[in-house]
Design a protein around this ligand. Structure first.
Ligand code: ATP
Ligand code: ATP
Ligand code: MG
Ligand code: MG
Ligand code: MG
Ligand code: MG
Length: 269
């Protein structure tokens, strides 16, 4: 029987636009916290790097990787995380709006859900939100260059912020004075400033701050012994079965050079 579904109102559905991602491209979804400059001030984040928020961001990212089988890698720093779907994913029929909105809402929900585990002494003041965008990359090199771009951004911001906050917190400069002091300085000038004025060797700062976090799925192989009946019906024999299942691993390592990709070749497969 033709149901009521074919009502005279049904035509409005045709106004929806097609937003399927181009086939055979890496799909990246990047989420970024809305106004986290304000959010981090209000919740008294340690400056320049609050470990609690960085670890909570990674926890939220792990929730996403558990939910979406076709995400092969995530990279995060500051208030952002990028998720990489394998080239041939069929998730949500590759519909951009579905991918983007499901990831950003699950990310925000997880950030709130796990908040108290990471900030036991800080009450959440309002519901944070995360924007999202989708970017498609047709070649493996484009994908690697995208991830390199984000990791270089992490390093550049960390270097600037480490100088800025030392000038403010240790040298008691005003924010405007600290900005003025750093204007036009090169990377080498900033390392020199950290060393000569604050006795900080940039290279010795935690990898978490300098490199951000990459989360991957490693194949965990476990073997189990089981007694099974023999084929000739004469009792049982012990056999070894191997089980493979993805295990999330969070690393604070260089993802620009080849080493990472050579060590984990299955990511680009
Ligand atoms: P927008 O809504 O445009 O993204 P925003 O204020 O979030 O605005 P971003 O460029 O995303 O701007 O920068 C995020 C800011 O959040 C950083 O500059 C920093 O001040 C703060 N922040 C994020 N994570 C941390 C952290 N773990 N520790 C300290 N500060 C952080
Ligand atoms: P999808 O992810 O595709 O949206 P879905 O399970 O959310 O899957 P919907 O078509 O959105 O499917 O339907 C939502 C379902 O959630 C309803 O069919 C109903 O079973 C349940 N539901 C939602 N709100 C209520 C509510 N207020 N009371 C009882 N059931 C509800
Ligand atoms: Mg921004
Ligand atoms: Mg932001
Ligand atoms: Mg940001
Ligand atoms: Mg629904």
């Amino acid at each position: 029987i033709q149901q009521m579904a074919n009502s005279k109102f049904e035509y409005v559905r045709k106004f929806e636009t097609e937003d399927r991602c181009l086939p055979n491209c890496w799909i990246i979804v990047r989420v970024d916290g809305k106004a986290f400059h304000k959010f981090s001030d209000l919740h008294k984040f340690v400056k320049p790097n609050d470990d609690r928020s960085l670890n909570l961001m990674t926890k939220a990212a792990e929730t996403i990787l558990q939910e979406f089988d076709d995400i092969v890698l995530a990279y995060g720093q500051s208030d952002e995380y990028s998720f990489v779907f394998k080239k041939n994913t069929k998730t949500y029929n590759r519909r951009q709006s579905k991918l983007m909105t499901n990831i950003s809402s699950l990310f925000a929900a997880s950030y709130v859900f796990y908040w108290a585990d990471f900030f036991p002494d800080t009450k959440l003041q309002y519901p944070p939100s995360f924007d999202a965008r989708v970017v498609l990359y047709p070649s493996d090199q484009n994908l690697r260059d995208y991830l390199s771009w984000r990791q270089v951004d992490c390093h550049i911001n960390n270097q600037y912020n480490t100088c800025f906050w030392n000038l403010v917190q240790v040298s008691a400069l005003s924010p405007a004075e600290a900005h003025g002091r750093l204007k036009g300085t090169l990377a080498s000038d900033k390392n020199e400033l950290l060393f000569s004025e604050f006795n900080i060797n940039y290279n010795n700062l935690p990898e978490l701050y300098k490199k951000g976090t990459v989360v991957i799925k490693e194949q965990e192989v476990t073997s189990v012994q089981r007694e099974i009946p023999k084929t000739d019906g004469s009792g049982t024999e012990e056999k070894t079965f191997t089980k493979k299942r993805p295990k999330l691993v969070a690393l604070n390592v260089d993802i620009i050079r080849d080493t990472f990709w050579k060590d984990h070749p299955y990511i680009l497969e």
